[in-house]
Design a protein around this ligand. Structure first.
Ligand SMILES: [Zn+2]
Length: 510
């Protein structure tokens, strides 16, 4: 990923940093004392993958909760069985949690209800998170614990689904799920340190050496510091800060602080995260029956968002905006334009994550602003092919790249597939899980996809001096693949194996 030396034969590491890259003869001459020489036996050495938008803290804690991923789970009865099993292992006083279901992939083709959850776990508060992590289902005790009743008004930016009589069905969208989300994980978060090492290993096995955790509350940041002090972070984590009162709340109180302190070499401070629109129900504006119709959740007006950005920049926070729908992105881009007029120094301090449903016009404005976008290539793989609407470009990697916007990649795991190799495959082939091609003209070369998952992802977090390429002076975050990804057919990429992973020169996998 170093354009001045795209391919080399050998590399030397000292004290966790790369000290030389070159021919085998040149590098071998540096060997002295107890130097260890490693023969890669034909494998390919790459910089470790940088996942610029990931939910490491959620993924680590998921081991305590019921895995309701669809597939393999296929029905509400199977979800109930998984919740019952999780409840049996849940200590007294803790909430039962399940995660990962997609209603459209269930045999019943509907969301479970509070009654379905009550039947499985009647005696303790229980929540079931949607795969998008932007909506959930609460059982009756969870609704009671968070004070949601038939008389609770709709929160701004959220929705409490109700039956015909006005009774909550248990389904909570966006800001309406904030309290359930926070309360259901509070006790579990105290055990984060126990599971952080195993999660690090799982990521290292996928070739990931740095992640940006895209939603870390002040409380979760404390848990991260504990894990870092205990030496349980095996890969490097950069924290994106969200509000204490819930991911989707305005992080105004956080933006008034200076950026968070770090926690040793494996825990870094990152940006302030602002959710501009919803997740599964993102803010869209599409033509329908001769007029423009808007749908989904939009959390801010343009002026409110600009105020929040300017305040954050003045305290020294870079800002990451979550924006998915075309209306969400338009609001975000407009707010950035306004904010930069007031505070030109903010230019290198803002990025847009997801940017999923774009238009040519929005891409032109993003380019003019010089802002980075962080996209999820494996969403091409995870989602179905099909049209997103007239004039809408869905995950248009090629168009973005041709416009001169540097693409950075990420997984959004556990909302998307973790493996960077699957993401790179999806970017290069545009294939979905079922093998169809979605917008094949938006494919990009494998080399460009590798850059997006390494050096460009590092730049998106301001980490380009530390990682993302194999250059002297950088940390020795290295992976060995069994084959060279540039010398196999793109169709083969998901079958490549990560053989070894090193973080700062230390082998962390296998
Ligand atoms: Zn995310």
């Amino acid at each position: 990923m170093d354009p001045t030396r795209p391919v080399a034969e050998a590399l030397a590491v000292r004290d966790g940093r790369i000290v030389a890259v070159g021919s085998a003869d040149q590098v071998r001459r540096l060997a002295e004392g107890e130097c260890q020489q490693v023969d890669l036996a034909g494998g390919a050495l790459l910089p470790g993958f940088v996942d610029a938008h990931n939910h490491f803290s959620v993924a680590a804690l998921d081991v305590f909760w019921a895995d309701c991923s669809t597939p393999p789970v296929g029905s509400i009865a199977e979800i109930q069985a998984a919740l019952r099993r999780a409840a049996a292992k849940t200590p007294p006083g803790e909430w039962v949690r399940g995660w990962g279901y997609h209603h459209a992939h269930l045999a019943e083709r509907r969301h479970p209800t509070r009654e379905d959850l009550d039947e499985a776990v009647p005696a303790r508060p229980t929540v079931l998170m949607h795969f998008s992590h932007h909506q959930c289902i609460a059982n009756s005790l969870a609704l009671a614990a968070t004070g949601i009743t038939r008389t609770t008004p709709e929160p701004p930016g959220g929705e409490i689904a109700r039956d015909k009589s006005g009774e909550p069905t248990g389904l909570l969208f966006e800001r309406a799920m904030g309290l359930c989300e926070l309360k259901s994980r509070e006790g579990w978060e105290r055990r984060f340190s126990e599971v952080a090492a195993a999660a690090s290993r799982r990521y290292a096995a996928a070739g990931i050496t740095t992640v940006q955790d895209a939603a870390v509350s002040p409380r979760m940041a404390e848990r991260y510091r504990e894990a870092a002090r205990a030496g349980h972070l095996g890969i490097r984590i950069q924290m994106m800060a969200v509000a204490a009162g819930g991911w989707f709340e305005p992080p105004a109180e956080v933006s008034r602080d200076r950026p968070w302190e770090t926690g040793g070499p494996n825990l870094l401070a990152g940006s302030l995260k602002i959710f501009v629109d919803g997740g599964y129900r993102c803010a869209m504006r599409l033509p329908k029956g001769g007029k423009m119709v808007t749908s989904g959740f939009l959390f801010y007006r343009r002026a409110e968002l600009a105020d929040l950005m300017v305040a954050a920049w003045r305290q020294g926070w870079p800002v990451t905006c979550h924006a998915i729908g075309n209306l969400g992105i338009e609001t975000c881009v407009g707010a950035i334009e306004d904010a930069l007029r007031r505070e030109p120094g903010g230019e290198g301090m803002v990025r847009i994550d997801h940017a999923m449903f774009l238009t040519k016009e929005l891409i032109g404005r993003i380019k003019a602003l010089g802002i980075r976008v962080v996209v999820q290539p494996a969403f091409v793989y995870d989602l179905d092919a099909g049209s997103a609407g007239e004039g809408i470009l869905r995950l248009p990697f090629r168009t973005l790249r041709d416009a001169g916007i540097p693409l950075a990649f990420s997984s959004d795991f556990p909302c998307g597939t973790l493996s960077p190799l699957v993401g790179i495959y999806a970017a290069a082939t545009r294939r979905t899980r079922s093998g169809e091609a979605g917008d094949p003209e938006e494919a990009i070369p494998v080399q460009a996809a590798l850059e997006a998952y390494t050096i460009n992802a590092a730049r998106a977090g301001g980490l380009e001096r530390e990682c993302g390429s194999l250059e002297p002076g950088k940390r020795a975050d290295l992976i060995v693949l069994d084959r060279n990804p540039l010398q196999v057919s793109p169709e083969e990429l998901p079958r490549l194996k990560v053989v070894r992973t090193f973080v700062a020169g230390q082998e962390v996998f296998p």
